[in-house]
Design a protein around this ligand. Structure first.
Ligand code: CDT
Length: 308
């Protein structure tokens, strides 16, 4: 049986604060149809794909904060996406803000199989930014006020004929993200992101955002012998410029498809999951070559401990 999977990176342009879920879902459906017309079997949408990126504002009213979250999935607004994808027998991965029945707030991404069943759910682990309003910034990045880290860590699921994992935005910058999934045999890692081009704590990094984005995902792919699909919500959203450059990356570390615009666009690639074996059974044969006895510090300490 072929292990080739046609995957679409379904990049979104900006979502205005005033835009309704229903309008956004129409945009997701348009991308789904474009992807389907090109033979896609899996469509990957970005992080927080149903609303504007609300952590850029300091919101004191918890009801207003909660208005950006979904209490169930699917719900009335997203049901048309689930129904249409199932009808077309196209799977998808969707990022959204999740409010659980016991009032936990997560930055979440789900994986939906071609029959409409939810194959996996990931909750963002690395929560970047800050907790309190910082007036000196041009805009806020209050993810650490609005989201808790996901309690499940980095899992993988058997889906789409392979082993699939997910990560969200800032998670992609950390090598542990990929390695924990690599150690579970991940062959495909799906990552949504919202990355402002302006990084207030050190604006010298602004010009490097595109480079750093591809650097970490290409390294994660190569070092773990896995496909990586990184999908942006890019463009100028509510006055904040965000990185686009969504990409599909092979286990060789090579980018095989990339979005050209900053708007709604699909980039498609035929991904052979068997290509992972070339790396997992040679240079990155973990069982043969890893030396975990020398890696204890990675789980035993958080920050760097310098010598005396
Ligand atoms: N959404 C998200 O995680 N964005 C971060 C911005 C970092 S700056 C606070 C990212 O790593 O791209």
């Amino acid at each position: 049986m072929s292990r080739e999977l046609v995957i679409a990176a379904a990049q979104l342009g900006p979502i205005a604060r005033s835009e309704s879920r229903e309008t956004v879902v129409e945009r997701l459906l348009a991308l789904l149809h474009q992807a389907d017309a090109q033979g896609a079997e899996l469509v990957v949408y970005p992080e927080l794909a149903l609303t504007t990126f609300f952590p850029r504002w300091s919101l004191d009213d918890q009801n207003e904060v909660d208005s950006f979250f979904e209490r169930e999935m699917p719900n009335a607004a997203t049901r048309p996406l689930f129904d249409e994808a199932k009808k077309l027998r196209v799977g998808f991965s969707l990022g959204y803000a999740e409010l659980t029945s016991d009032e936990h707030h997560y930055d979440t991404q789900i994986l939906v199989e071609r029959d409409g069943s939810v194959a996996g759910k990931f909750r963002k682990v690395h929560i970047p930014g800050h907790e309190k309003n910082e007036a000196w910034r041009k805009f806020q990045h209050l993810e650490r006020r609005y989201f808790e880290p996901g309690p499940e860590g980095f899992q993988v699921w058997r889906a789409f004929g392979g082993i699939v994992g997910m990560a969200i935005c800032n998670d992609r910058r950390w090598p542990e993200t990929y390695r924990v999934m690599g150690l579970q045999g991940a062959e495909l890692i799906l990552i949504g992101y919202n990355t402002p081009l302006h990084y207030a704590p050190d604006p010298s990094q602004n010009v490097l955002q595109g480079f750093h984005n591809h650097l970490v995902m290409q390294a994660g792919a190569y070092q773990n012998g896995t496909w990586v699909v990184g999908v942006a919500k890019g463009g100028c959203e509510e006055g904040v410029d965000s990185l686009a450059q969504s990409a599909i990356i092979a286990p060789s570390g090579q980018i095989v498809a990339q979005c050209r615009s900053e708007g709604d666009e699909v980039a498609i690639a035929r991904c052979d999951l068997d290509m992972c074996k070339s790396y997992k059974s040679t240079l990155f044969d973990f069982e043969r070559y890893r030396m975990p006895e020398y890696y204890q510090r990675i789980t035993e300490q958080r920050g760097a401990v310098e010598p005396d």
